[in-house]
Design a protein around this ligand. Structure first.
Ligand code: CUA
Length: 185
């Protein structure tokens, strides 16, 4: 083997390595670009809210006690939805929200890890025991949306889902306590 052929082989290896490095660089740029693009244009972000809650007592008092679950409109007009994810259902089973108005969704679980998404929206989060999962969104279409559990949580996982009823602003009327429930159909 001459020095020259060794040198040519070195060059070829370097060329291949640079080509791969370039390809990987393009891929990383595309992935980061997609993350930044969807974050800026579609509000798809990783959850950033770290808030602890005791899974053993959350149903006894406070915002996740049964009488406080569902949709609440505060005096300043802000809409907050509170729901519990538990084996194997969401409480409440139907959530009423207004169309075209910011909504804050808050979830907690007393048992195991669940996950949820609302079809066609940016709502997609895990619900982990010990933490409150909070998501901000705005519903841009009226009608019923499906909210399934998307994290395997036991034998009844496939039966675990809720409905999100997006109603026109004119039909979104809180009662005296500021509560809104799904219309019976
Ligand atoms: Cu809850 Cu799967």
């Amino acid at each position: 083997m001459t020095d020259q052929s060794a040198e040519a082989r070195e060059r070829r290896i370097l060329g291949t390595e640079l080509l791969w490095a370039f390809g990987v660089g393009v891929l990383i740029a595309a992935i980061l670009g997609t993350i930044v693009f969807t974050a800026l244009t579609r509000d798809i972000n990783p959850p950033s809210n770290v808030e602890r809650i005791d899974p053993k007592t959350l149903h006894l008092s406070g915002e996740f006690a049964e009488q406080n679950l569902g949709t609440t409109v505060a005096a300043n007009g802000s809409v907050v939805v509170r729901a519990i994810a538990t084996q194997f259902m969401f409480v409440p089973h139907c959530i009423a929200v207004p169309h075209g108005r910011p909504v804050t969704l808050r979830f907690a679980t007393p048992d195991v890890v669940h996950g949820l998404l609302i079809t066609g929206t940016n709502v997609n989060t895990m619900v982990v025991p010990g933490f409150v999962s909070q998501v901000h969104t705005e519903f841009t279409r009226t009608g019923d949306l499906l909210m399934p559990c998307h994290e395997y949580c036991g034998l009844g996982h496939s039966e675990m889902w809720a409905t999100v009823q997006v109603v026109p602003e004119s039909d979104f009327k809180p009662d005296r306590d500021g509560r809104v429930s799904c219309a019976q159909r």
